[in-house]
Design a binder for this molecule. Structure first.
Ligand code: DLL
Length: 439
């Protein structure tokens, strides 16, 4: 049993030069593996006359063309698999809503590494064998439930494999089973805290929760503060995607200053979304990952569309792996409203500034005539609803004004009653775009 600050001290605190050395060696091997075993990569390389031997340094990485989601969709389901078919032991898929799903195919080796990285990630947040972990990420094709399950199992913690749904039962079990760690999407954490309020469960009094490990969707600093307060726990951010393994690509340590990317298995780059040019540390751009150890369905220079920054600065926790800052949104989430670029995170930023409002919001866009309509639906908290001094007209005006300052646009505001907007037990849906086909 591991007992101490790190799950794998040697790897987690490896000096940066050694991490880079290890990465370069693995990169060369992985490029060779892809060229030899993946028809997709062989064709991609041959088309531009690139040979595995051409990759000798980190600068050479740029010679490798990006891999994008469309490649996976076009080669659905097994076209990009590199390992022999009978070595694929598990399939997961992302929750795409249109066209072919993004399929992840994993070998035994991929599964072992994923489990190891999830154990390392949970341990980094402070999870220990004594913990009771309530996993409310969906179990199934989505990687959330199983990813946490495998990691917690390796640590030896007690697992409550809840999956989504049945919020009332969830909060009762959290209380009855003395759960200490909650793992779910941030929006579901909010939903659970609202359900607790309705059920008369006070986290401070009735629960033993210490930590929450939240991810799978963007969440703001203000949202974190609300969750920490409402659930009386310390929140940690965890990141990952099906194409790389699932959760466990990066995770926050107790310093809460970014998410350590497990660089012994991934090379992370930041690029300018428009030009594809790599950006220096500290600049905001799109995350691109190269999976160094994957054998089932390997990806080189995979464009995530996720917006973040990276830093290699020393972290006080002692871990040497580079950090990515919280993902603020996806470049393909960007909305163009009346010609102006707007990210849902900007609306979340405004909504969270109003203590009168719950964290739920919905952006509704339509184009009944020549112009876009821009409606933001927000929701009152139970407490605000009961406040006799509440001036709804003034509140609406204030929200509208802040949205105008943040986006430059005038939105129509609709204030819903508590719990009126739809909730999900997975990733929240923040935008309803009815303009499609009307452009
Ligand atoms: O969401 C894996 C995961 C499960 C991560 C549980 C964390 C916890 P996919 O369904 O393939 O995999 O979706 C991946 O979700 O490209 C991001 O846009 C988003 N995402 C994942 N984690 C975060 C996070 C899982 N911490 C896509 N912050 C990614 C912001 C996140 N966005």
């Amino acid at each position: 049993m591991v007992d101490g600050k790190y799950w794998n001290e040697k790897i987690e605190t490896l000096p940066r030069e050694e991490i880079r050395k290890l990465q370069l060696q693995k990169l060369k091997e992985q490029v060779k593996y892809c060229y030899t075993n993946s028809v997709f990569y062989r064709k991609k390389f041959d088309r531009i006359g690139l040979k595995p031997e051409d990759i000798q340094s980190f600068d050479d990485l740029r010679k490798i063309p990006f891999t994008v989601k469309a490649d996976l969709k076009e080669n659905y389901p097994y076209g990009m698999v590199a390992a022999p078919s009978d070595e694929i032991v598990e399939i997961h898929a992302s929750s795409g809503t249109t066209g072919n799903q993004i399929v992840g195919a994993y070998t035994k080796n991929d599964m072992d590494i994923w489990q190891e990285l999830m154990a390392r990630s949970i341990y980094t947040t402070g999870g220990r064998p004594q913990d009771i972990i309530h996993i409310a990420y969906g179990y199934g094709l989505f990687t959330g439930g199983f990813g946490f399950h495998y990691g917690a199992q390796k640590i030896g913690a007690r697992i409550v494999p809840m999956s989504g749904g049945m919020t009332q039962r969830q909060v009762k079990l959290m209380k009855d089973l003395d759960v200490t760690i909650l793992a779910c999407t941030p929006s579901f954490a909010v939903y659970l805290s609202e359900t607790m309020l309705q059920e008369g469960i006070a986290p401070q009094r009735d629960l033993k929760l210490k930590r929450g490990i939240f991810g799978a969707e963007p969440w703001s600093q203000q949202m974190r503060q609300r969750i920490e307060k409402d659930l009386n726990l310390e929140a940690f951010d965890i990141y990952g995607l099906t194409e790389l393994c699932g959760p466990g690509v990066s995770v926050e340590c107790p310093e809460h200053n970014g998410l350590h990317v497990w660089e012994d298995h991934f090379i992370v780059e930041i690029i300018d979304s428009n030009t594809g040019e790599p950006l220096p540390d500290g600049q905001e751009g799109e995350l691109v990952f190269t999976a160094l150890s994957k054998t089932g369905l390997p990806v080189l220079r995979y464009r995530t569309f996720d917006i973040s920054k990276i830093t290699q600065e020393k972290c006080a926790c002692g871990r040497t792996h580079a950090r990515m800052l919280r993902v603020t949104g996806r470049s393909d989430d960007m909305l163009i409203i009346r010609g102006v670029n707007v990210f849902p995170s900007q609306i979340e930023f405004v909504v969270m500034q109003f203590p009168e409002l719950a964290t739920q919001y919905l952006i509704v866009l339509d184009r009944p005539g020549a112009l876009d309509t821009f409606l933001v639906k927000v929701e009152l908290t139970e407490q605000t609803q009961k406040n006799p001094q509440l001036d709804l007209k003034q509140l609406k005006q204030n929200i509208q004004q802040r949205i105008h300052i943040t986006t430059g646009l005038t939105a129509e505001i609709e204030i819903a009653k508590p719990n009126e907007l739809p909730r999900t037990d997975g990733k929240a849906k923040r935008v309803l775009d009815l303009r499609k086909g009307k452009m």
